[in-house]
Design a protein around this ligand. Sequence first.
Ligand code: UDX
Length: 477
Amino acid sequence: MAQLAVVGAGYVGLVTAACLAKLGHRVICVEVDESRLNGLAAGEPPISEPGLAELVREQLRHGSLRFTGDYAGVAESEFIFIAVPTPSREDGSADTSHVLHAVNSLIPHVRPATVIVVKSTVPVGTTDRLAAMPPLLEARIEVVSNPEFLRQGTAVHDFLQPDRVVIGASSPDAAARVARLYSSIEAPIVAVDTRSAELAKYTANALLAARVSFMNEISHIAAAVDANVDDVARIVGMDRRIGPAFLRAGLGWGGSCFPKDVLALAAVANSNGCRTPILQAVYETNELQREHAAKLLLDAVRTIPGPIVAILGLAFKPNTDDVRGSPALGIAQHLLAEGVIVRAHDPFALVNASRVLPDVEYSEDAYSALDGADAILLATEWEEYYDLDWILVRESMRGKTVVDGRNALNGVLLTDLGFRYWSFGRATQSNGNGTGPHEGPMDSSPLGGATHTNGNGAVPREDGFASALDFRGAVAE
Ligand code: UDX
């Protein structure tokens, strides 16, 4: 059992603190936000994550987890984990000022030979730069990289049952000390140099984003040649060299990590003189999915006075209330700018979404959001949307366009019911879940040729990547 501190009780910090306490360590978590701190001390985490509140309360009760607003709280710790945000700067690079602030704040309190463990996702070289700070060198404090691979919705599971634990250290002794903290976890420990650990974190997220973007590109080819992208994904995913995960086509990826990490990796590469055509394409393709959906919706409602689009799902993926980088919000913002009335429903994310886009008409109930709408966008594949009564929906809608941004609905059924159903690359004839209309925008894929247009009907950006930030729009930090 070790005495640990975790700086930051945000998403990564809180999961890390609670799980390290669960592993048998004594953990103090430093959180400077007073209202968050008060909630935590009462066992109320500020984020919703399955199993987290229970774990925090359990460890508070055991006395293995404590919270403080004072950096002096780290004084007794042998290890101090840094888990503060590294948001995107305007140019896409990661802003490490919170990390630097955290380290500077703990320096007066830290005891010699403590190990600082960097959990935050930081640009390659950051761990080494921290380790070279004179006060840390003088106090023989080592700085180690220990990146996280936590998915929202399964973060507690991912921490306690990881695929691997990565430790980037410049001394074998520091690596061994950090590895011992994880000795009760059954997973390979991969000890490497600090820079490889930092780069591996970015690479994992960028590669997952690339798989999705790649399948999204394939989805447009599938639409153009009347094939079914879901079947294609199933077939290629059965190849053991490829595997089935992260091949689902649709509106593309969002969240607090993929968008920021793809941009930050490109920034690291560019500042080191490396070109990144693949990363640029990964990002640009993701943006085009949103533009494509926005164009389908605008085409469907353009001639209607006071057009209404209803969006089902606002979170960037199901089972979270997080709307950061959510395709739904980017599209909603675009539609609002085009004069469309946007209504939206989400089982969990209404409050977070309304903070970012107050002009959307939010509804607590999916059916009321759809009532009177000219077109629907299914943006997040929440389970409850699979069970909608589409006959009821058809009767209550003004129009009949359904854009299935997650290839989640039964297109054959919806077409039979009289809807104009658009998906992302499913064939007209398929195993009971094909698409409807054969003519129209989906067939003239916006990615199909040199003259493709974006959601405004304008020719897309020449340089794509830099200006892609513009469409990123509603990325709430
Ligand atoms: C991600 C990483 O998975 C995690 O390891 C990292 O540390 C933090 O970022 P998370 O942001 O929770 O986790 O989301 P994830 O489940 O990875 O999904 C990312 C996005 O990709 C979502 O918007 C999701 O809808 C999209 N996605 C995923 C697809 O569009 N298709 C797929 O096949 C899979």
